[in-house]
Design a protein around this ligand. Structure first.
Ligand code: C5P
Length: 418
């Protein structure tokens, strides 16, 4: 069931209906009164092939399929766009119209794609409602950041129809990694110079934590080996906190043999200082004058995922590549050089994605194919990545049941590359 509420992003719902139907879903569109101001029932009826429902009090429609029956019919409810007003009603448990009533009456998972002006999204009341809805088990997808129809720039754009389709497919496919052991590395490493200083990088850990969470939601037993990033461990994930690349290497090596899948998302320092001073390095220590800067000699750290990939009968190993130029070519080479089964590449020269952002866009590359993961929140990208990895490397780990019978990768998988 696709609920459409009254925001300008409703024009994209028409494309979403098309994507969902092409993926094999039966789509029942439910419009609110506001939505009908932006997009006509005739358009959505033509695209979905079913009469649109928009009225709780329509005797004819109720006679054909009453609203409780309709609520039971839905395998999943996606509301896109979800306005601030609709979210407020749903958070309250109010049911003044057909769509809110259906959401209350249905046991199906509810996905929401918020879309509104950036100030409305940032407003304390909307944030409170979003938190309430998430705590009630509704899944929020987006909003994305960027230019808005009203001319503002900021968070509040509806997630793109392609990302919403991925989220719907992911919901039908889990759990796909049931009872498999999955280890994820995440965050930066810190390479100590002395007791108070270290070399590190800007990795926030957000993408790695989102992948650990998505793997756990897909039924896996997940171990997260994390460098220092201050994020709370996701539910049902065993988190092992480490500091340096050597610590991370040791923690991963100790657990590698029992894993089915290892995903290296950590931004591991390639080098560490050759020596670690026992006492704080002073400006004028070790015979240097205060004006003479100390030189830092570096030695190479072990490549953590390459050493897992080299294990005989080892797990499936997936790496990440943050690139700033020739991203795809560099990543293809890196995958082969490290002996990885797959690599996820993103172009971190794009300020909208990567290190500290909540969003990402990437390409998953394996031996004989590639698939693009559209620009979206790191959480939905993680869920989509996990489903692709499950399809590619663990195809017999339990196909989910549901209306979207056949998982079709959202973007074209280009086969034939190695
Ligand atoms: O070579 P580069 O650092 O770009 O490779 C990135 C990938 O390799 C990531 O998956 C990262 O977690 C992993 N890596 C590692 N150990 C290192 C360096 C990188 O596991 N020492």
């Amino acid at each position: 069931m696709l609920g459409v509420t009254g925001g300008i992003a409703a024009y994209k719902s028409a494309i979403l209906v098309r994507h969902l139907c092409n993926a094999g879903a039966e789509v029942q569109v439910v419009l609110t009164q506001g939505a009908a101001q932006f997009v006509t029932p005739v358009t959505l009826q033509a695209l979905s092939g079913r009469p649109v429902r928009d009225d709780l009090w329509d005797p004819e429609a109720e006679a054909a399929m009453g609203h409780i029956e309709l609520a039971r019919w839905a395998d999943l409810i996606l509301v896109a766009p979800a306005t601030a007003h609709f979210m407020a009603e749903l958070a309250q448990g109010a049911a003044p119209d057909l769509l809110t009533t259906l959401c209350l009456a249905s046991d199906a998972p509810v996905l929401l794609a918020p879309a509104m002006n950036q100030a409305m999204w940032r407003d304390a009341a909307t944030q409170r409602n979003a938190a309430t809805l998430a705590a009630d088990g509704k899944r929020l997808i987006g909003p994305a950041e960027g230019e808005q129809a009203c001319g503002d720039v900021g968070p509040g754009r509806m997630a793109e129809p392609e990302a919403l389709l991925e989220a719907v497919q992911a919901a039908f496919l889990s759990p796909r990694l049931a009872a498999l052991n999955v280890l994820v590395t995440a965050g930066p490493t810190r390479e100590a110079l002395d007791p108070v200083r270290f070399l590190s990088n800007h990795s926030s850990g957000k993408q790695g934590y989102a992948i650990a969470k998505a793997a756990a939601e897909a039924g896996a037993r997940v171990t997260l080996v994390s460098g220092p990033c201050g994020l709370p461990a996701p539910a049902n994930v065993e988190c092992i906190e480490v500091t340096s690349a050597l610590d991370m290497h040791e923690a991963v090596q100790a657990r590698a043999a029992e894993q089915a899948l290892v995903i290296g998302v950590a931004a591991v320092a390639d080098y560490r200082p050759a020596t670690q001073a026992l006492q704080k390095i002073k400006k004028d220590s070790a015979g240097r004058g205060a004006a003479e800067p100390p030189a830092i000699a570096l030695v190479e750290n072990p490549d953590i995922i390459a050493s897992v990939a080299a294990l005989p009968n080892g797990p499936v190993v997936v790496g990440f590549a943050a690139e700033t130029e020739n991203a795809l070519d560099n990543a293809r080479r890196k995958r082969r050089r490290k002996g990885l089964d797959a690599i996820v590449v993103n172009d971190v020269s794009n300020p909208k994605i990567g290190f500290n952002s909540d969003h990402n866009a990437a390409t998953l590359i394996w031996a004989d194919g590639e698939v693009e993961l559209a620009y979206q929140g790191k959480e939905t990208l993680a869920a989509s990545l996990i489903q692709h990895l499950a399809n590619l490397f663990f195809p017999s780990s339990g196909e989910g049941a549901g209306a979207v019978a056949k998982p079709t990768p959202l973007s074209v998988a280009r086969s034939g590359r190695s």
